[in-house]
Design a protein around this ligand. Structure first.
Ligand SMILES: [Zn+2]
Length: 324
């Protein structure tokens, strides 16, 4: 992203607004995008595993996790591949799809077309290639291609009564298309009082993202005043719900440490956010782990949970949670 746009995104995230810049290019040019009203974000885990799904897995082990994907409020997908179809509720017609990145365990042009979504959101760095890929898949299938909508970091968009803000992930595909390096996304999903951070794939939560979301413990209610508000800093605001990846299983000492997380990273992240009141869940609500790699991938959730510290809990395919 060009610096000018980045500053715009930051400013509008700080003000809780989003929209299009006008020719004047000032923050005041942005139209506010209010967070939709509502009570809770209904989240169905279609898949909770890492890459390498094989349909034979399901016949051999009913606990084997499909590639990570969620369906929100029965209408919006985050990531989707062909293994998710058999977990979609009967008669479900999702309307939109948000892509975290283009790795094949998260993104499939043909699955996107077959899902019937009308709109697919991807980070602007790979929107042109995604558009070409879904158009080619649609032509091959004789079906309609979804409209591909580019996202910039920190800009809030509303889809089906849910507000989505893409923020940077600490992950990489290393893909350069049309001269741009693909950037990968985490999503902040907001509805009413619920603020859900969906964080896969990522090694921890990057500083830029923590600031955009408002959970950087550096910036607290006491020191956030006129001085900071006038600069490129976002107002502190706690998240109420967290889904985060645990690809590396029970250890962080893994060759994927620069692009993925393990249980210790998630546990430490949650402890710090809770200590600094940047994670304020309703009583009893768990932090759900997803994108399990080899160690936990085929293990029943109740077995995985025996290895997890509170308030972490293992997601599983078919699990539905209402995050508040
Ligand atoms: Zn990935």
């Amino acid at each position: 992203m060009r610096r000018r746009e980045f500053v715009f995104s930051g400013l509008l995230a700080a003000a809780g607004t989003a929209g299009r810049a006008t020719a004047s290019g000032t923050a005041a040019a942005f139209e506010p995008v209010p967070i939709p009203e509502g009570d809770g974000i209904r989240t169905l885990f279609l898949g909770s595993g890492a890459s390498g799904w094989n349909p034979e897995f399901a016949t051999k082990n009913p606990h084997m996790r499909r590639q990570s994907s969620v369906l929100l409020d029965g209408r919006v997908l985050i990531d989707f591949t062909s293994c998710g179809f058999d977990k979609l509720p009967e008669g479900c017609r999702p309307e939109a799809l948000f892509q975290t990145h283009s790795h094949a365990d998260h993104y499939s042009p043909s699955a996107a077309v077959k899902s019937g979504v009308a709109r697919m959101y991807v980070h602007e760095t790979w929107a042109a290639s995604a558009r070409r890929q879904v158009a080619a898949a649609a032509e091959k299938l004789g079906m309609r291609a979804p409209e591909v909508i580019p996202l910039s970091f920190g800009t809030r968009v509303v889809e089906c009564g849910l507000a989505f803000t893409a923020v940077p992930a600490n992950h990489s595909t290393s893909r350069v298309t049309d001269g741009e390096l693909e950037r990968t996304c985490l999503y902040l999903v907001e509805k009413g009082a619920a603020r859900l951070l969906y964080a896969t794939d990522t090694a921890g939560i990057p500083g830029d993202s923590a600031r955009m979301i408002g959970i950087d413990p550096h910036i607290n209610d006491e020191n956030f005043g006129e001085r900071l508000a006038s600069r490129f800093v976002h107002r502190p605001q706690a998240i109420t719900a967290l889904v985060m990846e645990a690809t590396d299983g029970d250890s962080d000492e893994d060759f994927r440490m620069f692009v993925h997380s393990g249980v210790p990273t998630v546990a430490r992240t949650v402890r710090m956010l809770a200590k600094h009141k940047r994670y304020l869940p309703p009583e009893g609500q768990k932090v759900y782990l997803t994108h399990f790699g080899i160690k936990y991938r085929g293990m029943p959730a109740e077995e995985v949970n025996k290895c997890l510290p509170e308030p972490l809990s293992a997601a599983y395919d078919g699990l539905e949670v209402v995050f508040r």
